[in-house]
Design a binder for this molecule. Structure first.
Ligand SMILES: [Fe+2]
Length: 286
């Protein structure tokens, strides 16, 4: 078969032309078109194709409820952040949208205003984060907004990766008061590497890329009638911000952490755009 023959791709597209759902039909057709285009240009050898499907098998083998190598792959090639940006970013938005990442766990405990998400014996310098959730359009405070926050311990591990941490350590949900304000005690964030013991690690080593994410704290802020804000807060001046392994860190996600005695302070306001409130799927179950 002549690989420049468009007839072959047309034949395959026709075979999938009876899909009833219009969106699914569009997606399948686009995938076929672009994958055929990619293969025509790449001209993979038999060995390269065998490597590709075995790479996918190995990704599947390491994937389970606590870890998803496919999601991590999407993260490190920039697809997850691209989708986030396409779906949510508007010019001039003061706080950027970040990918959810693989470590959001469902049903984090509700904690009282000003409570710590770190257990008493968790090592690390504390930070008191205060802020205000408000309507991006009319600037009015949003009462009863829910802020779901999670972060890694100073050893770089989230509690689900680390048997030594108590269940749901460094995770918590907080509600804003009548002025739309919240207060959370957490840890000064720590940089950590994405897991590199699977096929994604091979890719990063091959590309000579650092597997590190700059230090950050995750925030999801939601309220009825508003688009859910999924974001991360990075530390001003952190050198790793430039080469975040998942391409998320950007100028509109930087927090100005200020030293105050033996701890740090951060003020971080969260604007919400009017829209449909929906929570992203948590990669880690309750
Ligand atoms: Fe993270």
């Amino acid at each position: 078969m002549d690989t420049t023959d468009k007839g072959f791709t047309e034949k395959v597209l026709k075979a999938y032309s009876n899909i009833e759902d219009p969106r699914l039909k569009f997606i399948v057709a686009l995938l076929i078109k672009h994958l055929h285009g990619c293969v025509n240009e790449m001209k993979p050898t038999d060995e390269e194709w065998e490597f590709a499907w075995d790479y996918m098998r190995r990704m599947a083998a390491i994937t389970g409820l606590e870890r998803n190598e496919f999601l991590l792959f999407g993260d490190v090639i920039g697809v997850s952040q691209l989708i986030e940006t396409l779906n949510h970013e508007e010019p001039g938005q003061p706080v950027g949208y970040a990918l959810v990442g693989p470590f959001l766990r469902a049903n984090a405990p509700f904690r009282a205003r000003g409570a710590s998400i770190a257990s008493d014996d968790t090592a690390g310098v504390r930070v008191r984060i205060t802020g205000r959730v408000y309507d991006f359009q009319n600037k009015a405070p949003i009462k009863g907004a829910i802020l779901d926050t999670w972060q890694a311990a100073t050893n770089g591990f989230y509690e689900n990766q680390d048997e030594k941490q108590p269940d749901y350590n460094l995770r918590g949900r907080f509600k804003t008061d009548e002025n739309g304000t919240f207060e959370v005690i957490g840890l000064m964030p720590t940089a950590y590497p994405a897991p590199t013991d699977g096929p994604v690690g091979e890719l990063l080593r091959g590309a000579k890329r650092s597997p590190y994410r700059p230090a950050h704290i995750h925030f999801i802020v939601s309220a009825p009638g508003y688009e859910t804000l999924v974001t991360q807060i990075f530390v001003k001046g952190d050198k790793r911000i430039e080469d975040d392994v998942v391409f998320t860190a950007s100028e509109n996600m930087i927090g100005d952490f200020q030293k105050e005695g033996d701890h740090f302070r951060l003020t971080y306001d969260c604007p919400l755009k009017p829209g449909v409130s929906k929570m992203p799927k948590a990669p880690i179950p309750a």
